[in-house]
Design a protein around this ligand. Structure first.
Ligand code: SAM
Length: 519
């Protein structure tokens, strides 16, 4: 009942947003490397996106926007416009003329913090205009434009999309010297306007509107997070910290489904290499002024002449292989080319899912490009791994995810940016990580055919390309409590038992474009 949520519409929206976010990070990278001076990154990124084939000017849509679902999060106002949720960059009320009457189609309710979000399905919204500015004194708000359009929705019974804008700190930036306030816009679904009145002293009267959320829409995760944070006892808490203080942030285990506990394993934070293997530290860089000169930093050179992370720690885009600065480099541990080697920064929790055993999620919003965690375990030769009975926790190194498809053609659209040549990893180079006996939170991340994370090959403490670290990064903005997943990349029909017989496992990821087989 809430619009076209077809696989095609959803994947189009996700692709557009990924592309936009990638352009933003790319422009930010260029600015950080002092290659160019960008004014407003978001506005410039939209201009680049407009040149892209799949982009079309958003139509005025009444009701749900195809491909956008309740709970979707955005970090730039312009993203709301790109997907057609709220087409104007500044005003709070977007409107259109339908059957000769101007009606509101969406509002952005800004200000405040997520914790202040009212949990009732009612919203009081203040109209626009009337505020004092540098040149003008305050005046009564007028019943015209957006204000009139929103009032008209009472008689036309038009559903209005509501987006909440909050100020807050991005988790990926917590603890980082360049952390700054960022905004989050959360789509809350469709409301109807039930009342409109004027308030305030003469000369500064404002319009107030009462809106009611249309029943039957999914609950906003922010409400559940707020309740969870406020309650003293966490429902279903099985273990306060499965890492036993080995991680900087505790990782709790939540089970609200049954009485089960995870099967015991040893929590480790670092990959265990074969005893005979002597790790050799790579040749490092000599930078003492921040690894930002991509032509001088030896590590940037290894990355095709760029530092693959923004100053806030976000990965710019996936590549077959990334080199972080390491133990032989002269730069300090705070160098931004060390985004994934310091461990988990986003609070994660292990929870019992309905269908796929244990899974991983976060109570915080995660912004696209953030580092999540490593896949830690025991490093084995593939030949040894093949003999292992329990194959549930094996990660076969050698596949690589890259954004080449998405990124193709874009460099030419961004003036002054050349494409960097990225290293190609060899496929299936002979090593597997087994996290059955020893592992970290990464061992609990499930597969999805429509994942929100990807596995990035990273080298930092040695140069051996056969066994890079497997580091998970967010592929998009992830709202709180959404399960974190990556694509296991099995080739269907190619997974065999030790007698060579093909193994079949059903995929239960539940995504609309699920291909129904894990292997
Ligand atoms: N769910 C696991 C647990 O409870 O420990 C954590 C993930 S573990 C690395 C991989 C195993 O989880 C798989 O072998 C499979 O049994 C299960 N699994 C993960 N994703 C799945 C999916 N999409 N469909 C069905 N089973 C899945």
């Amino acid at each position: 009942p809430f619009g076209d949520q077809s696989v095609d519409a959803r994947s189009k929206v996700r692709k557009l947003l990924k592309l936009f976010q990638l352009i933003c990070r790319k422009l930010m990278q260029a600015e950080e490397q002092q290659l160019r001076n960008v004014g407003r990154i978001d506005l410039e990124a939209v201009e680049v996106l407009k040149k892209y084939d799949g982009y079309s000017k958003p139509d005025a849509i009444v009701g749900s926007v195809p491909g956008v679902v309740v709970g979707d999060e955005f970090h730039f106002r312009v993203e709301l416009s790109i997907v057609g949720l709220h087409r104007i960059y500044q005003g709070g009320i977007d409107s259109a003329i339908v059957d000769g009457t101007r009606i509101a189609i969406s509002i952005v309710a800004s200000g405040g913090y997520p914790d202040e979000l009212s949990s009732s399905d009612e919203l009081i919204y203040t109209g626009s205009g009337g505020k004092a500015t540098g040149k003008k004194e305050a005046e009564d708000q007028k019943l015209k434009g957006g204000n009139l359009a929103l009032k008209n929705c009472i008689k036309t019974k038009t559903p209005v999309r509501v987006i909440h804008g909050f100020k807050g700190q991005s988790r990926s930036e917590v603890g980082h010297s360049k952390s700054k306030q960022i905004s989050t816009y959360t789509y809350d679904g469709l409301y109807v306007v039930v009342d409109c009145w004027q308030e305030g002293a003469s000369g500064s009267m404002v319009f107030k509107y009462k809106l009611k959320r249309i029943p039957g829409q999914p609950e906003l995760a922010l409400h559940i997070v707020k309740e969870t944070r406020m309650s003293k006892v966490r429902k279903g808490l099985r273990c306060p910290d499965i890492s036993l203080e080995k991680e900087r942030i505790p990782i709790c285990v939540i089970n609200t489904i049954d009485d089960a506990q995870p099967t015991p394993f040893e929590y480790i934070t670092k990959v265990i290499y074969p005893p005979s293997y002597a790790k050799e530290p790579p040749h490092g860089c000599d930078c003492t002024d921040g690894c930002s000169d991509s032509s001088r930093c030896a590590c940037a050179v290894k990355n095709g002449g760029e530092i693959p992370f923004n100053f806030n720690g976000a990965i710019v885009h996936a590549k077959p292989l990334i080199y972080e600065c390491g133990p032989s480099c002269r730069c300090p541990p705070t160098c931004h080319n060390r985004a994934s080697q310091h461990g988990i920064k986003i609070p994660l929790e292990i929870f019992k899912t309905g269908e796929t055993g244990w899974g991983v999620r976060s109570l915080s919003s995660i912004s696209s490009g953030s580092f999540i965690c490593e896949y830690a375990g025991e490093l084995l030769q593939d030949t040894e791994a093949e003999k292992i009975e329990n194959d549930e926790y094996l990660f076969d190194i050698g596949h690589n995810y890259d954004d080449e498809e998405l990124w193709k053609g874009l460099p030419s659209m961004i003036p002054g940016l050349e494409s960097s040549t990225s290293e190609t990893m060899q496929e299936a180079v002979g090593f597997t990580i087994d996290a059955a006996k020893c592992g970290n939170v990464g061992r609990f991340i499930n597969h999805s055919c429509s994942p929100n994370l990807y596995a990035q090959n990273v080298l930092w403490d040695h140069d051996d390309k056969r066994m890079p670290h497997i580091m998970f990064f967010a592929a998009e903005n992830i709202p709180p409590l959404q399960e974190l997943t990556y694509h296991y990349n099995y080739t269907i029909g190619q997974v065999r038992d030790k007698n060579g017989v093909e193994k079949v496992k059903e995929c239960l990821c539940g995504s609309a474009d699920c291909c129904h087989r894990l292997y």
